[in-house]
Design a protein around this ligand. Structure first.
Ligand code: BDR
Ligand code: CA
Length: 307
């Protein structure tokens, strides 16, 4: 069982990723840290608490950054709505812990032996970067970092950049420099986890629990992606959790990675070197293919176990 610190910005797909993590016995979720991103922190924090509460979990939910290391979060209202959950209202969750995410992460790492934790980042990487930047020696407590971020081709926030990478490129750069083995779940991978009406209908048939129902309502409320041809929308963040729970669903390779931190139209671009053409930069694991039917079976089966 992996001890996991999960950092998020719920976020419709973040909500599903949280439920998948909470429903998966392979993962021991120790803390959920929250940043602004898809919506402001004033929305993402109560959203995270509500998602955790609906699952009947008592895992601490801790507030973090309401802005990236530079500038401000752009928000992603077109996908997640003003409220961050595409208008689906959940019962309020338990009150968030009175602490700051980066401090809470450092505290857990300090008390742990080497390689004890897996960090999962499914929002702007600000909180995770703040934790490691102020005490870099703590990186040895982390066995692995799994991030939903970046793309080897076109972005979704700008032509050059994916939303999480573009939201805080400096933070992503800090994580890459930590030397911790990192897996990057990109837009090309998550495009294969396409939510269609048929897949939602199949998931609805699996049960009547509140989390499964809310997950299906959320997926139904997200508009189809024009970028992907309008057939459905990509379920980005649950792919990062699925990578840890069911790696056999993925095909992956090793690749090089650099992130563009300059101002201008390329800001937040992830230069992903799949073919050994970029001698400098970090080495990452890059999942490239996903068995989508297996992924949706995993997601539905696990969410059906929740209250
Ligand atoms: C990422 O951006 C957010 O809108 C999603 O929650 C996901 O983490 C996809 O680019
Ligand atoms: Ca997210």
């Amino acid at each position: 069982r992996r001890a996991v610190i999960l950092d998020c910005d719920p976020g419709t797909d973040d909500a599903l990723a949280l439920w998948l993590a909470l429903a998966s016995p392979e993962l021991d979720l120790r803390i959920v840290t929250v940043a602004g991103g898809n919506a402001g922190l004033a929305r993402t924090l109560p959203n995270a608490a509500a998602v955790v509460g609906l699952a009947g979990s008592v895992v601490p939910v801790v507030p973090g950054a309401d802005r990236p290391l530079r500038g401000a979060f752009a928000g992603e209202r077109a996908v997640h709505g003003e409220d961050g959950l595409a208008g689906i209202v959940l019962p309020p969750g338990p009150p968030p812990v009175q602490a700051v995410a980066a401090d809470a992460i450092r505290e857990l790492l300090r008390a742990a032996p080497a390689g004890a934790y897996t960090l999962v980042g499914i929002g702007p990487a600000t909180n995770l970067a703040l934790a490691l930047a102020t005490e870099p020696a703590l990186a040895d407590r982390v066995a692995e970092i799994v991030l939903m971020a970046g793309a080897w081709g076109e972005g979704n926030l700008t032509p050059a950049a994916e939303f999480n990478a573009a939201s805080d490129p400096e933070a992503l750069d800090i994580l890459l420099a930590s030397g911790v083995p990192t897996t990057l779940v990109t837009l090309e991978l998550t495009a294969q986890a396409l939510v269609t009406p048929a897949r939602i209908a199949a998931m609805r048939r699996l049960g009547t629990g509140a989390c499964l129902r809310a997950a299906c309502d959320i997926m139904s409320a997200v508009p189809p992606s024009r970028r992907l041809g309008g057939e459905g929308h990509p379920l980005h963040d649950p792919c990062a959790v699925a990578w840890l729970v069911a790696p056999e669903l993925f095909g992956a390779r090793s690749a090089g990675l650099r992130i563009e931190c300059g101002e201008g139209p390329g800001r937040g671009r992830t230069y992903i070197d799949r073919w050994g053409k970029m001698p400098t930069g970090a080495r990452i694991t890059l999942p490239e293919t996903l068995r989508a039917d297996g992924f949706f079976q995993l997601l539905g089966g696990r969410l059906a176990r929740l209250p």
